[in-house]
Write a protein that binds this ligand. Structure first.
Ligand SMILES: NC(=O)c1ccc[n+]([C@@H]2O[C@H](COP(=O)([O-])OP(=O)(O)OC[C@H]3O[C@@H](n4cnc5c(N)ncnc54)[C@H](O)[C@@H]3O)[C@@H](O)[C@H]2O)c1
Length: 253
C-alpha cells in the first residue's frame, strides 16, 4: 500500500484562515505534520477556528497575523514559526488577491496590489525561509499560481501577470535551490469554490458560462487543490522540480 506521511514535519501556509490555504493546512495536518502556522491578515476569529481544526487532527497550530507582501511581516511569520517549532519543512505561498478589471479601467493601485500580494509575498517568504531550509539540509516550497498565470486569465491585466511571475519564481527557485535539497514547485488551479471565486465572478450568468468552459463540468473544491500540494510535498513527487501542476478540470484544454 502506498502511504503519504509527513510525520514530525512543520509547515507554514500563507493566507490560510480560509479557502484553499485552510484546506492545505488541514490536509498537511491530516498527513501527519506536527506543527502548522496559520497566517491571516484581519480575521483573527477565522484563524483561531482553523487552529482548532488543526488540533482536532493532532497538529499544533500557530496563528500569526502578517501582511506577507511586507518584508518585516514576512520575516516575522517565518521567525515566529521557527522559534515555536525549531524547524520549517514546508512553505506554501498561497496568499493572493484577484482584482477584476480591464486595461480600460484597472487602476495602478490594483495592479500593484496583485503584484504585492501574489508575487512579492512569494519572493519575501521564500527569501526568509531558505536560510533555515538550507541549514536543515532541505525542505519543500510550493507556490500557488493560477491557470491565469499561463493563459493570461479572464479577470484583468493584474492577476494573470502576477501569477505568471509566480511560475517564473518557481523555476528560478528550483534552478538555484535544488542543490540545497530545497524542492520548489507550483500548483496552478482553475476555478475553486472559495470567497475569491464568488467575489471575482459575482454575476450568476458569468459563473454559468465559466462552468460551461470546464470539460469536467464543475469548479474545484479547495481540498482538490490541497491534494496536489500534498503530492508535491511528499516523496511521491521526487522527480518533480520547478514544475507547475495544473488542476483545472480540463479548462486549459
Ligand atoms: N478561487 C479560485 O478560483 C482560484 C483560482 C486559481 C488560483 N487561486 C489562488 O489560490 C490562492 C488562495 O485563494 P482562495 O481561492 O482561497 O481565495 P480567498 O480569498 O478565500 O483566500 C485568499 C487568502 O489570502 C489572504 N491574503 C490576502 N492578502 C494577504 C496578505 N497581504 N497577507 C497574507 N494573507 C493575505 C486572505 O486573507 C485569504 O485568507 C490564491 O493565491 C489565489 O490566487 C484561486
Amino acid at each position: 500500500m502506498v502511504e503519504i506521511s509527513l510525520a514530525g514535519k512543520v509547515a507554514v501556509v500563507t493566507g490560510s484562515s480560509r479557502g484553499v490555504g485552510r484546506a492545505i493546512a488541514l490536509r498537511l495536518a491530516e498527513a501527519g505534520c506536527r506543527g502548522v502556522t496559520i497566517n491571516y491578515v484581519q480575521n483573527r476569529e477565522r484563524g483561531l477556528e482553523v487552529v482548532r481544526e488543526l488540533e482536532e487532527r493532532g497538529a499544533e497550530g500557530l496563528l500569526v497575523q502578517a501582511d506577507v507582501g511586507e518584508e518585516e511581516d514576512a520575516n516575522r511569520l517565518i521567525k515566529e514559526t521557527y522559534d515555536r517549532f525549531g524547524r520549517i519543512d514546508i512553505l506554501v505561498n498561497n496568499a493572493g488577491i484577484c482584482p477584476r478589471g480591464t486595461f480600460f479601467d484597472t487602476p495602478l493601485a490594483d495592479f500593484d496590489a496583485a503584484y504585492k500580494i501574489c508575487l512579492r509575498s512569494t519572493f519575501l517568504c521564500t527569501k526568509a525561509v531558505v536560510p533555515i531550509m538550507k541549514e536543515q539540509g532541505g525542505g519543500h516550497i510550493v507556490n500557488v499560481s493560477s491557470t491565469s498565470g499561463i493563459t493570461g486569465g479572464t479577470m484583468g491585466p493584474a492577476y494573470g501577470a502576477a501569477k505568471a511571475g509566480v511560475i517564473a519564481l518557481t523555476k528560478y527557485g528550483a534552478r538555484t535551490l535544488t542543490q540545497y535539497g530545497i524542492k520548489v514547485n507550483c500548483v496552478a488551479p482553475g476555478y475553486v469554490e472559495t470567497e475569491m471565486y464568488y467575489t471575482a465572478n459575482y454575476d450568476v450568468k458569468v459563473r454559468q458560462q465559466r462552468i460551461k468552459d470546464i470539460p469536467l463540468g464543475r469548479i474545484a473544491q479547495p481540498e482538490e487543490i490541497a491534494n496536489v500540494v500534498l503530492f508535491l510535498v511528499s516523496d511521491l513527487s521526487s522527480y518533480v522540480i520547478g514544475d507547475t501542476i495544473l488542476a483545472s478540470g480540463g479548462r486549459t484544454t
